[in-house]
Write a protein that binds this ligand. Structure first.
Ligand code: DC
Length: 223
């Protein structure tokens, strides 16, 4: 069995914050797969390819070069050689990624990249289909979730801190819509793997979630 840790769950559950911390504690590599889908979405937006243009998406997918490198331990995503990491976390790119990630060719291209990274090192990988599809033999599979309201409040506070004017109700609606898209798509829908452990972070601090995952990892290590 591989020693990797797979963390799946809906948008805003705190996967990346927790996964980064767990990776640091164990000296594993953190792989943010959402960033890869976002890079592909950015590529489509830049080329003006619409979400309905399946042939255009698949053509762009064949030619786009998405590469992952690590600088000072932080994942960087290169799109056709350009470091686009700083351009990925906008609502526009996120909304496009939620739709374009449903495309079969986009998924198989990025799943191959993710599996290659996991062959090279021990990883903590987060996403939507890591435990079900990308790393079915991961030592630990976590399904990290939180209520829609909790996730919306977290996002609201994050955006307010950045000085962005936002409405909580709109964020809650967006999160609900994203959940539906991620869970109901035909290819690799978001779902809890049978052997994944459910962690609901609604009433937990980041420290508590990190500690819980580390203790599950240690327990599994003994098994
Ligand atoms: O986790 P995130 O918000 O950065 O992900 C952006 C989008 O990419 C999200 O709507 C779902 C998709 N995604 C996916 O389909 N599979 C993954 N393994 C990771 C993300």
């Amino acid at each position: 069995m591989k020693t990797d840790i797979a963390i799946d769950g809906p948008a805003g559950a705190g996967k990346s914050t927790v996964a980064k911390r767990v990776a640091r504690e164990l000296s594993f590599i953190y792989v943010d797969t959402g960033a890869m889908y976002r890079a592909m979405a950015l590529c489509l937006l830049r080329q003006g390819i619409g979400v309905q243009d399946t042939a255009g998406i698949e053509r762009a997918c064949e030619t786009a070069d998405i590469t992952i490198v690590y600088r000072d331990g932080e994942q960087q995503v290169l799109l056709d050689g350009e470091n686009v990491t700083g351009c990925l976390r906008t609502e526009e790119v996120g909304n496009m990624a939620s739709v374009s990630s449903a495309n079969k060719k986009v998924r198989s291209k990025l799943v191959a990249l993710q599996q290659r990274l996991a062959r090279e090192a021990d990883v903590v990988m987060d996403g939507r289909d890591i435990g079900t599809k990308v790393l079915p033999d991961a030592r630990v599979k976590i399904y990290l979730t939180a209520s829609v309201h909790t996730r919306a409040v977290r996002r609201y506070e994050e955006l307010r801190e950045k000085g962005e004017g936002v409405f909580l109700e709109k964020i809650e609606n967006d999160i609900q819509k994203r959940d539906e898209q991620d869970k109901n798509r035909e290819n690799s829908p978001l779902r809890q793997a049978e052997d994944a452990i459910l962690v609901d972070s609604s009433d937990m601090t980041v420290d508590q979630v990190v500690e819980k995952i580390l203790s599950i990892y240690r327990e599994r290590g003994k098994a």
